[in-house]
Ligand binder design. Structure first.
Ligand code: PLP
Length: 403
């Protein structure tokens, strides 16, 4: 398609790249919106054969798992947003994590990763990669001493970090993590799903690869599953091999939805942040709320790092309901607007409880140690009117008092 005709984004701001990056209508190709190319296969010509023979099949239009115009459009736009030489889209965030990590490890490699990591990433590292001879050391990434000791002791191939942790919303000091990773010659891979490229560009902070679950804010409408990895051409060549041969490429229809979602990402992030800040402020004064975790609140442990490393505090918040998990369950069941569902980053407000979802396998004492108090609620704040959301939570908190 017309990705090579897209305006040079060097002088363009992210909101402009989100709308125009990766595609531009032309006289030969006049559709203003990039079309969905759902064909799995393409006419072969001498140029395609020549590229295949010279090991550059990824540059030729041959087969959708190798290359597809609809994928090229979003990949180009995301690379521009991330300040990366190359981006690839995947069938899911987990497929992106898999390809990014596998591109940097081999038998005998060590990964250093945060203890407070997305649950399925933990499961992949701890349970699927370990029997293949790839060990993971889980550490408290906000403890620079513990991180440094783990890196010095284990000489990892990969340091894996998350920009903002789930569900305590700790902001990772990527400058410190990048310094330690670089000293050990480890590849730094950053999952920036909660931050999005609008709030942070981890490659500029020293990451080698940045990845996202595009299912969340990048897609933004809870209607597609996808993932993204971006980085230098040299690093991405191996990520591409894992994508192509493990097969986790994105479907062109999902790429079309992602393309559409990306156009409004900056607007949506602004609305998510405004609403999360308003709800966090309100809840922090509510008599039935014991505490609120939102990096935008001055009392949050990551407030200062967040100010330095993010251009906004994001749309996720957590709070603790007085009366414990039973009261928290009554509260979220009494909500009339916000929906009791997992996932995050969509236009609608979603709530979930770690005790019966992400942290169900932990004992109450282990949850406590992980910073998940009895009565903990996670909120992905949507883009509804903040006044309606506040009313909804007020009403539900009122009802949570009575068993
Ligand atoms: C931070 C983070 N990374 C990765 C993933 C995995 O993404 P997906 O569900 O698209 O595979 C998730 C999913 O919730 C997530 O929250």
């Amino acid at each position: 398609m017309a990705s090579d005709q897209a305006p040079d984004s060097k002088q363009h701001k992210p909101a402009t790249v989100c709308v125009h990056g990766g595609y531009r209508a032309t006289a030969e190709n006049p559709a203003v919106v990039a079309p969905i190319v759902s064909s799995t296969t393409f006419l072969l010509d001498d140029e395609a054969y020549a590229r295949m023979l010279s090991g550059r099949a990824d540059e030729a239009l041959i087969y959708t798992r190798i290359k597809n115009p609809s994928l090229d459009v979003v990949q180009d736009r995301i690379a521009r947003l991330e300040g990366a030489e190359r981006a690839l889209v995947f069938a899911s965030g987990m497929a992106a994590i898999h390809a990014a990590v596998m591109s940097c490890v081999k038998h005998g490699s060590v990964i250093v990763a945060p203890r407070e990591i997305y649950g399925s990433a933990w499961d992949l590292f701890a349970n699927l990669l370990k029997p293949l001879g790839i060990e993971t050391r889980f550490v408290d990434m906000s403890n620079a001493g513990e991180l440094e000791r783990a890196i010095v002791d284990s000489r990892p191939a990969v340091v894996y970090a998350e920009s903002i942790s789930n569900p305590t919303l700790t902001v990772c000091d990527l400058r410190v993590v990048a310094r330690h990773a670089r000293a050990a010659k480890a590849a730094l891979i950053v999952d920036a799903t909660f931050a999005t490229p609008i709030l942070q560009r981890p490659l500029a902070l020293g990451a080698d690869l940045v990845l996202h679950s595009a299912t969340k804010y990048m897609g933004g409408h809870s209607d597609l599953i996808g993932g993204v990895v971006a980085g230098s051409n040299a690093r991405m060549q191996s990520v591409y091999r894992w994508m192509q041969l493990a097969g986790g490429c994105m479907d062109p229809h999902a790429a079309f939805l992602l393309d559409r979602g990306l156009k409004t990402l900056p607007l949506r992030m602004r609305a998510h942040i405004e609403n999360a800040a308003a709800l966090a402020e309100h809840l922090s004064r509510h008599p039935r709320v014991k505490s609120v975790l939102y990096p935008g609140l001055a009392a949050h442990r990551s407030h200062e790092i967040g100010r330095e490393l993010l251009s906004g505090f994001g749309g996720m918040l957590s709070f603790v309901v007085a009366g414990g998990d039973a009261a928290a369950l009554r509260c979220i069941r009494a909500l009339e607007l916000a929906l009791e569902a997992s996932s995050l980053g969509g236009v609608e407000t979603l709530v979930s409880l770690p005790f019966n979802t992400s942290h169900a396998r932990l004992s109450p004492a282990e949850r406590q140690a992980a910073g998940i108090a009895d009565g903990f609620v996670r909120v992905s704040v949507g883009i509804e009117d903040a006044r309606d959301l506040i009313e909804d939570f007020d009403r539900a908190l009122e009802r949570s008092a009575t068993a």
